[in-house]
Write a protein that binds this ligand. Structure first.
Ligand code: SF4
Length: 643
């Protein structure tokens, strides 16, 4: 079982012990452009968990190549001792460590004051609204020296190699792309000229690192972006870097930064296809003689084994898979259960785009490896009562049980999950919900679960608890909307199957999952749906790649989008809204049902009842203040650990 996945592989002069790779991904565990001790601990945990190779995140080769204020500066001499600490921490577990040398060119996300963007040509890019200036030949030489110097610092720091980020529409592929490169000198025009920069980058990296380390080249399928690199140019580059010995391996994935549609595939969320990279990997593998590492929604070790066995690739990037379960490799090898990434994109890339350190919704330790120890055994095991088996309650139960306590969980519904179960009815959210429910079920395995009734204070006290944790969740906020002549249905009820008319208006208060899910689910049930938001933008509160997919699917389903309105009243066949900016009233006609998503209210009745009885309790998740399941799981875990 999994014998190919756990066989060694040579990447030029470097052998990796198995083919499970943690590929380059942004963590924001970076301060003053240097990796923090938290980043060292983060990668140490994945090395200890059995990864064969870790490639550290984008490491800029020049100050103009910083994507954000939290990008590593590989050109800084101060990075050498940090690389040494990280190499030692990772390599002592038998894992190889490399870093990804990076320049974003005209793709630049954010920083305090933005440096001027540079690119092969002065062609603006829409997604990050950047207007670059064209690099001079002298500046190109400066960039190449940056790649050489950063590779030399990586070698001095004890890394096993370096790879270039030559995908996603960043600098090397801006040179390669006919759409981003309008130069008329030796760096523009023919393929050979457009490829010249990447060739010189790889040569500079080899010269800087020396022959003892691996040099890799990361390429992406940019075919989802109309201004990305054309597929024939990407494939020609993959062939050339292998055939000419410029790189010891090619690392392939998907996505293209300059457009919304292309960017979605950089970290493809649920509900895109599993193993999304497979077709591209096969195409590259057929063209290049060097090993191919393939990354993109490969969640399951059995799928990774199949991809290698079928010759689609030689190693597999299981990056989010190891954010969710840092022990994935070790557990898979031992035949143990693995916590599977649910594809929500919230704690990983979502945190990155929000400018905050990496986390993971289903792994509360991700990003906190240094500061949050594993559950210590309780000094005096006792009884912990948890009320509510949503994400917070299940996480609390798991952490308390891991400490050795007897755990009793009260849950009014016949099965765990709380609000998450509603998302099972939503086409775009069902995979996330299904994956999360499976994990919550595991977390409850060590607890006595009393299903079926609202727990009272007497029920709780009957268990003689040493500690009580309330995770009683939230209920929908139902704003008063005057008038009649149109049925008004709460969005939760609509998702649960409540009857609606043929012509539905979904009123979404904040751009979160609920309004989007209700609109999509009702359209799938055959209703004619208008989705009205009072937020500035649709999907404002979900990660941008999820948002992009929602907006694509809603467009394909014929859902009409109406901006900037909040509900005011209803009349016979009409719903009246108010523009949130101007105050202007807008009447929508032809309405049978108004479905309302208007936020939530904390469920605190039992907290007040227990408080009146003088019982000390801890609260976690939405009953403290409604937020997402990420906060619920983290707070539940902390409450369970404190028990
Ligand atoms: Fe996967 Fe979500 Fe964790 Fe990211 S936050 S690694 S998508 S489970």
């Amino acid at each position: 079982m999994l014998d190919r996945l756990f066989s060694p592989l040579r990447l030029g002069p470097v052998e990796i012990r198995n083919r499970v790779v943690s590929t380059s991904h942004q963590t924001s565990l970076v301060h003053d452009h240097l990796p923090t001790d938290d980043l060292v601990a983060y990668h140490r945990a994945r090395a200890a968990g059995g990864a064969g190779l870790i490639v550290v995140e984008a490491t800029a080769v020049h100050p103009t190549g910083l994507l954000t204020a939290h990008t590593i500066g590989g050109y800084l001499p101060e990075i050498v001792p940090v690389w040494r600490r990280m190499s030692a921490a990772v390599q002592e577990h038998g894992t190889r460590l490399m870093c990804q040398l990076f320049h974003g060119g005209r793709e630049m996300i954010a920083s305090g004051t933005r440096p001027p963007a540079v690119a092969p040509s002065s062609i603006p890019t829409a997604r990050f609204k950047t207007e670059p200036r064209a690099l001079t030949r002298a500046e190109i030489a400066e960039m190449l020296e940056g790649y050489r110097q950063a590779a030399a610092f990586a070698a001095e720091g004890g890394l096993d190699g370096v790879e270039v980020c030559a995908g996603f529409g960043y600098l090397p592929t801006q040179f390669l792309s006919r759409h981003a490169n309008a130069r008329t000198d030796e760096y523009g025009g023919s393929f050979e000229n457009r490829f010249r920069f990447l060739r010189e980058v790889l040569e500079a990296m080899r010269a800087g690192f020396g022959d003892h380390g691996a040099v890799g080249c990361r390429l992406t399928d940019e075919s989802t972006s109309d201004v990305g690199t054309d597929p024939d140019d990407v494939l020609a580059a993959a062939a050339a870097v292998g055939a000419e010995g410029l790189a010891d391996y090619v690392s392939v994935t998907l996505g293209s930064s300059p457009t919304y549609r292309g960017s979605t595939w950089i970290v493809p969320p649920a509900a895109t296809a599993r193993n999304a990279v497979e077709a591209f990997a096969r195409t590259v593998k057929a063209r290049t003689p060097v090993p191919v590492i393939a990354t993109g929604r490969v969640l399951d070790p059995a799928d990774a084994e199949r991809l290698i066995a079928e010759g689609a690739c030689d190693a597999v990037g299981m990056t989010r898979a190891q954010i969710a379960d840092p022990n994935l490799a070790r557990r898979a090898r031992a035949g143990e259960r693995v916590t599977r990434c649910i594809g929500c994109n919230q704690g990983c890339i979502g945190h990155y785009h929000a400018g905050v350190p990496i986390a993971c919704t289903v792994n509360p330790w991700a990003g906190y490896e240094r500061s949050l120890p594993p559950p210590p055994p309780a000094e005096t095991p006792g009884t912990v009562v948890v009320v509510g088996a949503g994400p917070a309650g299940c996480a609390a139960a798991a952490a308390a049980a891991a400490r050795g306590h007897r755990v009793v969980v009260f849950e009014r519904a016949p099965s765990p999950g709380g609000q998450i179960r509603l998302a099972l009815a939503a086409p775009g959210h069902a995979e996330v919900a299904d994956g999360l429910l499976e994990i919550l079920g595991w977390w409850l395995a060590g607890a006595e679960v009393r299903h079926g009734a609202d727990a009272s204070a007497a029920d709780v006290l009957r268990e003689q608890p040493d500690r009580v944790i309330l995770a009683t969740g939230a209920v929908p906020h139902r704003p008063a909307i005057g008038g009649d002549g149109v049925s008004i249905v709460d969005a939760w009820d609509a998702l649960a199957g409540a009857e609606v008319g043929e012509r539905v208006v979904v009123s979404d208060w904040g751009g979160d999952w609920t309004g989007l899910d209700a609109a999509e689910a009702l359209a799938a049930r055959g209703a004619r749906v208008r989705l009205v938001t009072s937020a500035v933008a649709f999907g404002e509160a979900v990660h941008q790649y999820q948002r992009n997919l929602y907006l694509a699917r809603l467009d394909e389903a014929g859902v009409e989008l109406v901006h900037h309105l909040r509900p005011a009243s209803v009349g016979p066949g009409t719903a009246t809204f108010e523009n949130v900016f101007s105050g202007r009233l807008v009447e929508l006609a032809g309405v049978d049902t108004l479905v309302v998503s208007a936020g939530r209210t904390a469920g605190d009745a039992l907290y007040l009842e227990l408080g009146a009885a003088g019982v000390a309790v801890e609260r976690a998740g939405d009953c403290l203040g409604p937020r997402s399941f990420e906060e619920a799981i983290r707070e539940g875990t902390l409450a369970g650990l404190a028990a």
